[in-house]
Design a protein around this ligand. Sequence first.
Ligand SMILES: [Ca+2]
Length: 339
Amino acid sequence: MRIASRFAACLIFAGAMYLLIDRVNFWYRQQWHFDPTMQDLPPADRSRWPSPPLAWTNETVEVQAATPEGMKPAKATYYINSIGMKLVRVEPGRFLMGLPDDLTNSIGPRNPRGGGPERQDGPMYLQHQVTLTKPYIIGAFEVSNKQFDLYDTQHKHRRPFYQQGSDGDNHPVQPVTWQEAQLFCRWLSEKEGHLYSLPTEAQWEWACRAGTTNRTYWGDDVEDRTKANIGGPNGSEKTHLHWADDGYEYTAPIGSYPPNPWGLYDMIGNAREWVADWYAPFRRDAVVDPVGPPRGGCRSNKGDGWMHPFHRITSAYRDGDAPHDAKDIHGFRVGCAVE
Ligand SMILES: [Ca+2]
C-alpha cells in the first residue's frame, strides 16, 4: 500500500512538472515575438536601390514534370536574375489549403506551438479556401550554398559534413535561420532593385500544388522516391542512412528530381523551406491574400525534407520553428514581388 501511494505521488509530481515545463516553454517561445531580430524586416529604404532595377533574362523551355497523371512535358518560363537564380511567375488563383480531415489524422496534427512532439490540440491542417489576387515571383529552386555564399562568405564553415567542399556548392543552403533567409532577400533586393522576400505560406503552397489537388503534386503515392528527395518508411535521421537507394543519403544537388507542373523543383523534399508567416492553427474561414497572424512564437516552414518519413509527405506539410533556429534541414527559396 505504501509503495502504491508513493508511486501515485511520483506520478502526480511528474505530471505537475511536465505541465509546469510546458507552460514555461510556451511563455519562453512567446517572448521571441518581442525580439526585434525575430520580426519582419523594417520597410526597405529603396533610395539606394538600383533604378531602374537590373534587367533579368528569360528562357522558355520544355520540362518533364511530375504530375498526378505521370511524367508529362510542360512549358516553363524561367527568369534568370543577376546571380543566376531561376525564377517563375505564378498567376493568381483559388485553392484549398491544408488537408481533408481523414488525411490530417493520418499525418498527425502538428504541435500548434511549433517544434516538439505532435499533439492533437490544434487544427494545423484545417482545410480552408485561399484566394490569391496578385501574381508573384518565386524561386524555381531552393537557394544553393553557392548563391548564399555570395551574401555570407562565412556560411561555408557552417555547412553540414555531407555538404563540405565544392561538391556541396549546388546543394540547398542549410542550416539557415529564418532571419538569415530574410536578410539574404534584403541583400538581393538592394543588389538588384527588385523587392525580394520570403514567400507567404499560402503563396508557397499554391506554387507547390501547381493546380493539383492530390496529396502531392505527383499524386498520392508518397512512397515514390523517384519524385523527391525524401526519407523512407521511418524517416528519422538515424534510419535515413538506410534509404539512400536514390543515391542521396542526405541532401541532393538542387533540381535532381523532376519539377512540378509549373516547373518548380524540390518543392517537396531536400531542404525544408522557411516562409514568411508566423506559425499558427488554421481557421475554417475563406481568406484572401493571407499573411498569417500578426504575432507568434515560431515561423512556418514547408515542403517536407530529405529525412521525412513517408506518412508526413504532402504538399500541405507545415511545421513551426523558432526564427533563430537553424537545423540541418532548414533552407529556403526566395519570393519576389511583381512590380
Ligand atoms: Ca524543398
